[in-house]
Ligand binder design. Structure first.
Ligand code: NAD
Length: 257
């Protein structure tokens, strides 16, 4: 039975993914700010260290899988927390858990990014240098100082840097024998999306964000692709970002891929 660690498994895409992975035979250790085996706050360095410490103790230093779903949306009141959870809450777990994954059987990891990762490209991402350099305080200061644009900047900037961080690790992780991919969901019916729809600053633009398939996704439609990426059917998929977005990325950026 594969032993898989997950973040963000309490609600939404993470909860659906936990259910799908368990149905596929995975034993799950969850990390979340609530309702998980490991309760930890990934928005702080201390919380991330606690999560890593407890995770390594629980798995005995050996993991077969890792799925990182924890994330905050652009409507989060403290936009500084968005960069902390979305970027550092994923990258620090990736780096801290690679040795345990190397000891696993057919190990694989999937990180949940977003279609928003392509809304702000790396060479124009004002957060790129601070995030890649590990300067959390500087990244938080940039988004907190961005006024009404802070939420979108924090979300798109952190997700763009997260996808880049995964792609930059494709070489070393491949050589270590651990597959690593991202998925880029489009609008999916979860508490995070509902909070965005109810926020007067973001609601209208999110509601207008209708993909070619003409509807928003259900969390289970993310979970099925993530489960595929974690399994032997995806044994040659590595360093990829899979859009699960009803076609919106293709519609918005047909010539860029
Ligand atoms: P959600 O709010 O239902 O789930 C997010 C999870 O992260 C929750 O379980 C929450 O408790 C956890 N979390 C939040 N802050 C945390 C913290 N400080 N420490 C530990 N855990 C924390 O939202 P979701 O839509 O299921 O989001 C899952 C992932 O999918 C996120 O990374 C999100 O950015 C991404 N995503 C969602 C959509 C969408 O439309 N729903 C679109 C693109 C990407």
């Amino acid at each position: 039975m594969p032993l898989t660690l997950m973040s963000g498994c309490a609600t939404g895409i993470g909860a659906a993914t936990r259910q799908a992975l368990e149905a596929a035979g995975h034993q799950i250790i969850g990390i979340d700010i609530r309702d998980a085996e490991i309760v930890a706050d990934l928005s702080t360095s201390a919380g991330r260290q606690q999560a890593l410490h407890e995770a390594l103790a629980r798995c005995g230093g050996r993991l077969d899988g890792l799925v990182l779903c924890a994330g905050l949306g652009p409507q989060t009141p403290d936009v500084g927390k968005v960069v902390s959870v979305n970027y550092f809450g994923a990258v620090e777990l990736l780096d801290g858990l690679l040795p345990a994954l190397q000891r696993g059987t057919a190990p694989a990891a999937v990180v949940i990014s977003s279609v928003a990762s392509a809304h702000l490209l790396w060479d124009k991402n004002p957060l790129a240098q601070a995030l890649e350099g590990g300067d959390e305080a500087q990244a938080q200061a940039i988004v907190r100082g961005a006024g009404e644009h802070g939420g979108n900047l924090a979300y798109a900037g952190s997700k763009n840097a997260l996808t880049v961080a995964v792609r930059k690790r494709a070489g070393s992780w491949g050589q270590a024998g651990v597959r690593l991919n991202t998925v880029a969901p489009g609008a999916t019916e979860t508490p995070l999306l509902q909070a965005g729809l109810q926020d007067p600053r973001f609601g209208e633009s999110i509601a207008k964000f209708v993909p070619p398939l003409g509807r928003r996704a259900e969390p289970a439609e993310m979970a099925s692709v993530i489960t595929f990426l974690m399994g032997s059917g995806a044994s040659y998929v590595h360093g990829a970002q899979i859009c699960i977005d009803g076609g919106i990325d293709a519609q918005m950026r047909p010539t860029q891929f």
